[in-house]
Ligand binder design. Structure first.
Ligand SMILES: Cc1cc2nc3c(=O)[nH]c(=O)nc-3n(C[C@H](O)[C@H](O)[C@H](O)COP(=O)(O)O)c2cc1C
Length: 264
C-alpha cells in the first residue's frame, strides 16, 4: 500500500510537470505566433518555388539524358524530288570544352550516347540527314565555349554585346552544288548564336532555299527568324520548325511531317 501511495504521488508530480511544460510551450507559441506564421509562409513559398522552378532547374542542369543516336535519328525517307540538300548545324557539343569523361550531369541540354555527348541541334540535323539523304556540315568554332551552361550564356551575351564575328576551325562548305540548305541551330538569347550569324554572313547563299529548325528551351523561335533574314541573301522559308529541347529525342515524327510539308 505504501508503494502504491508513492507511485500515485510520482504520477501526480509527473502530470504537474507535464502540465507546466505544456503551458510553457503554449505560452511560447502565443508569444511567437507572428514569427511562426512568417516561418510557415516562408516554408509554403519555398515549396511552391521549388515545384515551379527548382525541379526545372535541377532537370535542366543536373539530369542525364541517354540517347541512342542511330535509333533516334533514323527516319523514313522523304521524297525530296530534284533538290540537292545540305544540312548545316551548330551546337555546343564539339565547340565547348567538356572535361574528359564528363557526362550530361553538369550541362544542360546535353544528351549522352554511351558516354559520347550529343547536342540537340546535332541530333535534329541527323534526323534530317537520315530522311533526306543529305550531306551534313557542322559549324565548328575556333573559340571554345565553357562546359557550364550558365557560363556559356555569359560568353554568348558578351558576343552579342560587341557583335563578335566568330572564327571557324574549318573551311565553309561550297554551296554551289546545292539547291536547299536546312539549318539547325539553338536559340541563344532569343536569337541566333553569333557563330550562325557569321556563317550566314560569310556564305553566299543567293538562289538557295534556306529552311530552318530552331531548338530552344521554351522561348520558341523568338527573334531568330528575323535575325536569319537579316544575315543571309538566301530565300528564307518562313515555316520554321521549332523543337523544345526536352522533346528533341522524340522529335522524329515532327521533323518528318515538316520535311513532307516542304516537298512541294
Ligand atoms: C547561351 C545560351 C542561350 C540560350 N538562350 C535561350 C533562349 O533565349 N531561349 C530559349 O528558349 N532557350 C535558350 N537556350 C537553350 C537552348 O536553345 C536549348 O537548350 C537548345 O536545345 C540547345 O541546343 P544545342 O544542344 O544544340 O546547343 C540557350 C542556351 C544557351 C547555351
Amino acid at each position: 500500500m505504501y508503494s502504491n501511495l508513492v507511485t500515485g504521488r510520482r504520477e501526480q508530480d509527473c502530470y504537474q510537470i507535464i502540465g507546466k511544460e505544456t503551458n510553457i510551450v503554449k505560452e511560447h507559441i502565443r508569444k511567437h505566433k507572428k514569427l511562426y506564421k512568417i516561418l510557415g509562409i516562408i516554408i509554403v513559398a519555398a515549396v511552391i518555388v521549388w515545384f515551379a522552378f527548382g525541379r526545372m532547374y535541377i532537370k535542366r542542369h543536373f539530369s542525364e539524358v541517354s540517347v541512342n543516336v542511330s535509333d533516334a535519328a533514323k527516319l523514313d525517307a522523304v521524297d525530296t524530288g530534284d533538290k540537292h540538300i545540305l544540312t548545316v548545324y551548330f551546337t555546343r557539343v564539339g565547340n565547348s570544352h567538356f572535361e574528359e569523361g564528363i557526362d550530361a550531369v553538369s550541362s544542360a541540354s546535353l544528351m549522352s550516347d554511351n558516354g559520347t555527348l550529343v547536342g540537340n541541334s546535332e541530333l535534329l540535323a541527323k534526323m534530317v540527314q537520315s530522311a533526306t539523304n543529305s550531306d551534313i556540315y557542322a559549324i565548328s568554332t575556333m573559340k571554345v565555349y565553357p562546359s557550364s551552361y550558365t557560363e556559356t550564356c555569359m560568353v554568348a551575351k558578351d558576343e552579342f554585346d560587341v557583335d563578335e564575328v566568330i572564327e571557324f576551325r574549318e573551311e565553309l562548305p561550297d554551296l554551289s552544288g546545292y539547291t536547299d540548305v536546312v539549318l539547325v541551330y539553338p536559340v541563344w538569347w532569343m536569337t541566333i548564336p553569333n557563330a550562325v550569324k557569321t556563317f550566314l554572313q560569310k556564305e553566299d547563299m543567293s538562289g538557295i532555299n534556306l529552311h530552318l529548325i530552331a531548338t530552344h528551351g521554351g522561348s520558341g523561335v523568338a527573334q531568330s527568324l528575323k535575325a536569319v533574314k537579316e544575315a543571309t541573301n538566301a530565300n528564307v522559308d518562313e515555316n520554321v520548325l521549332d523543337v523544345y529541347d526536352d522533346d528533341v529525342i522524340k522529335a522524329g515524327e515532327k521533323v518528318s511531317a515538316w520535311l513532307q510539308e516542304g516537298r512541294s
